[in-house]
Design a protein around this ligand. Structure first.
Ligand SMILES: N[C@@H]1[C@@H](O)[C@H](O)[C@@H](COP(=O)(O)O)O[C@@H]1O
Length: 264
């Protein structure tokens, strides 16, 4: 697990570098990259940077396949707060993905367990996720895997905690009762199968979750801690989110002294 402490612009650049490198490397061999897309406010600057590179530097997403992490249950299909519509607005409509190549969880499916299994199979059929972008909740959730989630969990329905609903009320005009109680989410076991995990955390409100993620004991109480068992994780944090890291001086030194040939 590599921890990089930087400002928002630097974090966005680094995350976009990882994605761009993978997209271009796959395209160069006539293959397609598979991206894992996250919602929430943390990845927004990353998406803006990718859009900029698309317009100014010829970065193309044509042929790239993408899978989203999670989705609310109970919102209308055209609700702008549904994660499918958020990702459409923040990224997909601004670049050149081939229509149909960005996949989201179908919270309107008649048979939810079957839809979840089909989603898992679609990820496998695509060859697995190359780069998975992640945020983290203040309670240590990734995607919508709330505390208590099995560390081996697969895509399934979850009940949101009161804390997460309160945090996300900001997207629902502050009305916590308007935030759905249920969601579909890739499981921790599903996320762990992506080849490179890039987690972005911004602000002091995330500092305890980031400390636990990087330095705490692996526990269902802080679901993100399962990432400690992944061989390739990049944690990109700003000063606020890094403020409780015990080994911050070491992470800073390791990144500053990194050999130039060694990418993220
Ligand atoms: N399901 C999403 C997560 O995927 C996201 O990482 C997290 C943090 O969101 P934000 O980046 O807005 O703080 O909360 C939401 O509940």
């Amino acid at each position: 697990m590599e921890v990089v402490i930087g400002d928002g612009a630097e974090i966005a650049r680094l995350a976009a570098d990882v994605i761009e490198e993978r997209v271009r490397a796959r395209a160069a061999i006539g293959s397609r990259a598979v991206l894992g897309l996250a919602t929430g406010s943390s990845p927004l600057a990353v998406y803006d940077e990718l859009v900029r590179r698309h317009h100014e530097e010829g970065l193309s997403f044509a042929g790239v396949e993408a899978f989203m992490l999670d989705e609310y249950i109970g919102l209308e299909e055209d609700d702008p707060r549904s994660y499918r519509n958020v990702i459409e607005q923040e990224l997909v409509s601004r670049v050149d993905f081939t229509p149909g190549d960005v996949h989201g969880l179908d919270s309107h499916a008649e048979d939810i367990p079957a839809a979840c299994t089909a989603y898992e199979m679609a990820i496998v059929a695509a060859g697995g996720v190359d780069v998975q972008l992640l945020g983290i909740g203040a309670d240590g959730h990734v995607a919508f895997n709330e505390p208590g989630s099995s560390l081996a969990s697969r895509t399934r329905l979850k009940t949101l905690t009161a804390g997460t609903r309160a945090d996300n009320a900001r997207f629902f005009d502050g009305d916590v009762d308007a935030v759905p109680r249920h969601c579909l989410t890739q499981g921790l076991g599903t996320i762990m199968q992506a080849r490179h995990l890039v987690l972005v955390a911004l602000g002091r409100a995330k500092s305890e979750a980031v400390h636990q993620l990087v330095e705490g004991p692996v526990s269902v109480l802080w679901p993100a801690t399962v990432l400690q068992h992944h061989p390739h994780v990049t944690v990109l944090v700003d000063e606020g989110a890094a403020s409780r890291l015990q080994l911050a001086p070491y992470y800073r030194e390791a990144f500053a002294e990194k050999p130039s040939w060694q990418g993220l």
